[in-house]
Design a protein around this ligand. Structure first.
Ligand code: PLP
Length: 388
């Protein structure tokens, strides 16, 4: 869509044209099955293994420790169910109250099957206090799972400290790095995570492909059974085009990360300051500095009921953003469980806007966004007394 400003990069990102070029042959002539022994199969296998090296490079791990999956959601399920499946009784896992539903719903599923789950609280900017982990961890804790960056408020968690505490108590540490990887360093040599979830479509790669880093020596119980692909953890013929695209997306993200993060921080901060100078009632949600480079979540004091109207008015003006209330449009009117966990009252928890920038956003687009906000704001003000 020409002239459309896409500021919803946390939902998904546009494919990088270099990724499309890399995938193209695997959608036509190069259709071999990586398990086949003939030349076409070997070619597909080589491409999958090259992509595995590229994804491993993003975490600085051994390629053998990368398992390709069908999504970030599947990686999260594999990490949690796979860890628990390896023990049968008296199992405890710990997560945070603001995880993505891919973690929280999996925890609920496991709770129904007798697993004990503790939810760590967060403070008003969405941070987990490592001291709170010390108070709930116990000898039966099998796994601690805390996301690297939150998808709604963008806050970065102290995963290194959390992993350290988990290990001191004999538990494994998993992090959902779907939002963080490729944008901020998620170097496993530093964080010491045992399991890390990734998804290609958040880093300008294709949808429907993810990965789980599984540290050597961590044993997971598979929940997809079949031909034994992906070290037996994820049986299924590999999505070769998707995996190859993921590899290229990971390579580009890794190579350009520090430069791109600095550029996005510049755009992000200009946008925040621009909004604050025009609208004195704007408040930033999440941590001011410990946040993803291109991530903004804001509220408008006294006008929280306007978030969806703002989103629709922006959409009409050709700008895509999202509300911070949910990852699914069908829940857009409900207060965000993430903001509720951060101590927001239900009205404020319903009224945030999430503006997330990515590789293809420009200075001019930030200017256009600020201009459109100046234009639409007076109209929204007049509508304040009406509900949708
Ligand atoms: N975890 C986080 C933090 C996310 O933001 C998302 C997607 O928004 C997921 C997991 C799920 O990833 P996928 O869309 O690849 O299933």
């Amino acid at each position: 869509m020409q002239d459309y400003v896409y500021f919803d990069n946390s939902a998904t990102t546009p494919l990088d044209p270099r990724v499309v070029d890399t995938m193209q042959p695997f959608l036509s002539g190069f259709f071999g099955n990586p398990s086949s022994l003939h030349g076409m199969g070997r070619e597909a296998r080589q491409s999958v293994e090259n992509a595995r090296r590229q994804v491993a490079g993003m975490l600085r791990v051994d390629p053998e420790e990368i398992v390709f999956t069908g999504s970030g959601t599947e990686s999260d399920n594999m990490a949690l169910c796979g860890s628990v499946g390896a023990v049968d009784t008296n199992c405890h896992i710990i997560t945070s109250a603001i995880e993505h539903p891919a973690i929280l719903e999996t925890c609920r599923y496991l709770q129904q099957r007798g697993v004990d789950v503790s939810y760590l609280p967060v403070d008003s900017v969405g941070l987990v206090d490592p001291a709170s982990l010390e108070t709930v961890i116990r000898p039966t804790t099998r796994l601690v799972s805390v996301m690297a960056a939150n998808n709604v408020v963008g806050t970065l968690q102290p995963i290194r400290e959390l992993a350290h505490i988990a290990h001191q108590h004999g538990a494994f540490f998993h992090t959902d790095a779907v939002q963080a990887a490729g944008k901020v360093p998620v170097d496993v040599r530093t964080t010491q995570a045992d399991l890390v979830s990734l998804s290609a479509h958040k880093i300008h790669g294709p949808k429907g492909v993810g990965a789980l880093y599984v540290r050597k020596g961590v044993s997971l119980t598979p929940f997809i059974h079949g031909g034994g692909q992906e070290h037996g953890l994820r049986s299924a013929t590999e999505n070769v085009a998707g995996i190859v695209g993921f590899g290229e997306a990971a390579r580009i993200a890794q190579e350009t990360m520090s430069e791109e993060a600095a550029r996005l921080v510049g755009l992000r901060d200009r946008l925040i300051e621009g909004l604050q100078s025009v609208f004195p009632n704007v408040y930033l949600i999440g941590h001011r500095y410990l946040r993803l480079p291109g991530h903004i979540c804001i509220g408008f004091a006294g006008q929280e009921g306007e978030a969806i109207k703002m989103l629709l008015a922006l959409d009409e003006a050709g700008i895509a953003v999202s509300t911070g209330s949910a990852c699914s449009a069908s829940h857009a009117h409900e207060p965000s469980y993430i903001l509720l966990a951060m101590g927001f009252d239900p009205i404020r928890a319903r009224g945030s806007l999430r503006i997330t920038l990515g590789r293809f956003n420009t200075d001019d687009e930030v200017n256009r966004f600020l201009q459109v906000m100046r234009d639409i704001f007076p109209t929204l003000r007049r509508l304040t007394s009406y509900s949708l």
